[in-house]
Design a protein around this ligand. Structure first.
Ligand code: GLY
Length: 376
């Protein structure tokens, strides 16, 4: 069986599963699931992952054109408009919120409302750029601590930059793209370590610029290798290359990808942090799914210029996907597919379903079958 045929079979299982999953979750905004039932984040509409439910629905709609998927995705996108009314809810994650929703919607339907949301979200994200240090600020103030986090940036933000590239393309105005490029240039040196691994949090001096220190963030500690952060870097720099064709972003993405591949454990299951103890069974399947998307995108970019590297990235993506699919839950009675994801190393709970794990798995499978709706 070819990899494409294999992916076609997986796609059919996903489509069948969602015939049951979507109708029984019609008005929910899932983040996780317990005992096979999605939770509902409708009351926490600001939450950074809420857009991924829309992303799943739009990817399904792209393939099936079922009106239910579209109406559910449109309902979510409208609910999320409330976020625009609360400055404290708006942060660096505007890309995660509005690329899988408004941008996907606009690409498929040409909705003017969706296009308007892209502009509002991109303006806000661009407004977080600090010229002193040339970085996009991450979170807002932490009400639980003295730390104002004014100079903090995080590697995750590489995945939000496509909102700025997209806005520049859509509105034929280079301002947003210039900010994305400035942040990417800073991230390349401040976040990516000589061995190709990535810091999670970098604190800059918000007045003078320059790196003050790094933090371990969602990984174990300063200097360790939080695996999802590695994949935000891997896929994020790949996408900056896709949007700019600047070779230095491709070189950075490859360096991160090569290091990630080197550290995939023998069983192909990705830990929360590559530096965690070998007997710790905490996994993060979101990292594996995001990595697969990044690696398959690198494969496509390099297919003509460096076919050996393209094959290597394809093989690594397949290795990750085969394990995810073998461990995944395709029973239509359960809402989630992946159930061994983790938010952060120091969280109390590990190995549970997280919605964007399922989103990136679907995106990766659709890439293999040629059905992908490109939302980034
Ligand atoms: N963007 C936050 C995370 O990856 O958990």
């Amino acid at each position: 069986m070819t990899d494409r045929e294999w992916a076609g079979e997986v796609r059919e299982k996903i489509l069948q599963k969602y015939e049951a999953v979507a109708p029984r979750n019609e008005h929910k905004v899932p983040y996780s699931a317990k005992n096979g039932v999605f939770d509902d984040h409708s009351k926490d509409i600001y939450w950074w992952t809420n857009g991924f439910w829309g992303g799943i629905l739009w990817q399904l709609y792209k393939v099936t054109e079922k009106p239910l998927y579209r109406s559910m995705a449109e309902e979510l996108e409208s609910k999320m408009d409330e976020i625009f009314l609360h400055s404290a809810w708006m942060d660096h994650d505007s890309g995660f919120r509005w690329l899988p929703t408004a941008s996907a919607d606009y690409t498929l339907t040409g909705s003017e409302e969706a296009k308007n949301r892209i502009r509002i979200a991109a303006d806000n994200l661009a407004g977080r750029f600090n010229l002193n240090g040339r970085f996009i600020r991450a979170w807002n103030e932490d009400p639980r601590s003295e730390n104002k986090r004014t100079g903090w940036a995080i590697i995750d933000c590489m995945m939000n930059l496509p909102l700025l590239y997209r806005a520049s393309d859509l509105f034929d105005d280079p301002r947003w793209k210039a900010i994305a490029v400035a942040h990417a240039d800073t991230a390349m040196t401040a976040f990516i370590r000589p061995d190709g691994s990535s810091n999670h949090i970098v604190a800059f001096d918000p007045v003078k610029g320059g790196v003050v220190r790094t933090y371990g963030g969602q990984g174990i500690q300063v200097g360790s290798s939080w695996t999802r952060g590695q994949t935000w870097a891997l896929y994020g720099f790949t996408l900056s290359y896709v949007h700019t064709k600047d070779e230095k972003y491709l070189a950075t993405a490859r360096k991160v990808a090569d290091r990630y591949i080197e550290r995939i454990p023998a069983d192909g299951r990705i830990p929360v942090d590559f530096d965690q103890a070998p007997d710790c069974d905490w996994e993060d399947e979101t990292s594996a799914a995001i990595a697969a998307c990044g690696l398959l995108t690198l494969e496509k970019i390099l297919a003509d210029t460096d076919p050996a590297a393209a094959d290597r990235y394809h093989a690594a993506a397949m290795r990750l996907l085969k394990v995810l699919v073998a461990d995944g839950n395709f029973d239509p009675a359960a809402d989630e597919i992946l159930d061994r994801c983790s938010g952060a190393y120091h969280d109390k709970e590990h190995n549970f379903p997280i919605i964007y794990g399922d989103y990136y798995l679907i995106e990766a499978i659709w890439k293999l079958t040629g059905d992908e709706l490109f939302i980034w």
